[in-house]
Design a protein around this ligand. Structure first.
Ligand code: MRU
Length: 355
């Protein structure tokens, strides 16, 4: 089945598929410096929490590879600056900070072992590639755990795009749907368009269509109607950050879907890697919510659809844990009470890959 490739490390640089142009055009760019990678994350050439993490890791690697530093002492402050620049791109998805922490840990190990500069450059590229590779294995494991919870047949719903484009693997929420579909479950996916950035209409619809998975595109204000009348068996979405109590930030609109799911007795699930956990915060009210440009609300693909008025654009919302039936991860399935189950999964051994 077709799997989109949003990002790839190549000899020439970091190649990214420009997701802003999908589905009309499939155009890729090659980024040869970390500033370009940071701009690509900020401007949504690449998006989706795990894919942002992969891009950040590759951004660090290319930054160090292209650095003109000739001594470790000169490289150290430059390395810190590269990480800080990438950290300032998008605030909500914790995978970004997870990936930067991982690259910092690897750098510290290399410094500790007095590795020569050339070896440091090489090892950081290898680490970034490993982060990408691990995402693939992670998605597949999430898919296997989550597929068990999908109905044998009928409609399921998602939100935004938590597919291959958002992770660099097979996707989290769409990975669950994909694995269930490949197991022979006869699923039909309801895809809310996900205003204002239209990740549902542009990206999820494109991915499912290319993958041969039947779908129906709906507008966001049809969600309640379909949950009430449409025989929806399950909802599965991705996550950008999961607090210690299970409160989950995801694309704006997810919260209202979860509330409507509860009202209509439809199970609402989250599919996300353990790297999306932020156990340092107790609850969702501490999750920083990215505020994006109002122009993304007043305009669609550059065409003004509203008068020149004030418009708000919180890019994410937080779904309280009480609406979440289960969280599928690569290490197993968490259920309430999440303060215990998430802690347990965080402490469980990571998937095989490793260095
Ligand atoms: O603003 P985006 O497109 O980066 O938001 C993406 C989402 O909200 C996804 O659902 C989330 O990152 C999970 S992706 C596997």
């Amino acid at each position: 089945m077709y799997v989109a490739q949003p990002i790839e490390w190549t000899e020439k640089g970091v190649v990214m598929l420009d997701q802003r142009r999908l589905p009309a055009q499939e155009i890729s760019y090659t980024y040869t410096d970390y500033l370009g990678v940071a701009k690509a994350i900020r401007e949504m050439v690449i998006r989706g929490a795990p894919a942002i993490g992969v891009a950040a890791a590759m951004g660090v690697a290319i930054g160090v590879q292209k650095s003109t530093a000739t001594s470790l002492e000169a490289l150290k402050p430059e390395f810190a600056h590269i990480c800080d620049t990438l950290a300032e791109t998008r605030p909500t998805a914790v995978d970004l900070f997870w990936a930067l922490e991982r690259m910092k840990r690897r750098f510290a190990e290399l410094v500790q072992s007095s590795a020569p500069l050339a070896a440091i450059r090489e090892a950081l590229v290898a680490e970034a590639k490993l982060v990408h590779q691990e995402k693939k294995a992670t998605d597949e494991a999430i898919g296997r755990f989550g597929a068990e919870f999908m109905p044998q047949e009928g409609q399921v719903m998602t939100q935004c795009n938590a597919g291959a484009l958002a992770t660099g693997g097979i996707g989290t929420a769409l990975g669950v749907i994909r694995v269930a579909f490949e197991q022979g479950k006869k699923l039909h996916v309801l895809v809310p368009e996900t205003r204002p950035y239209l990740q549902g209409a542009r990206l999820t619809a494109w991915e499912l269509h290319r993958g041969g998975i039947p779908l129906t595109l709906i507008t966001d204000n049809m969600v309640g109607h379909f949950l009430k009348t449409g025989k929806v068996g399950a909802i599965v979405t991705g996550a950008d950050r999961i607090a210690a109590n299970g409160d989950t930030a995801n694309k704006i609109g997810t919260y209202q879907i979860a509330v409507l799911a509860k009202e209509n007795n439809v199970p609402f699930y989250i599919a996300a890697p353990v790297s999306t956990f932020d156990l340092s915060i107790a609850g969702g009210e501490q999750i920083p919510i990215e505020e994006r440009a109002a122009a993304e609300v007043t305009h669609i693909q550059g065409v003004r659809i509203a008068p020149d008025v004030h418009a708000a654009h919180p890019a994410f919302d937080v779904t309280p844990h009480r609406y979440i039936r289960a969280i599928f991860t690569e290490r197993g399935v968490a259920t309430a009470p999440y303060t215990e189950s998430l802690k347990k999964l965080a402490a469980a051994p990571a998937l095989g890959a490793g260095r």
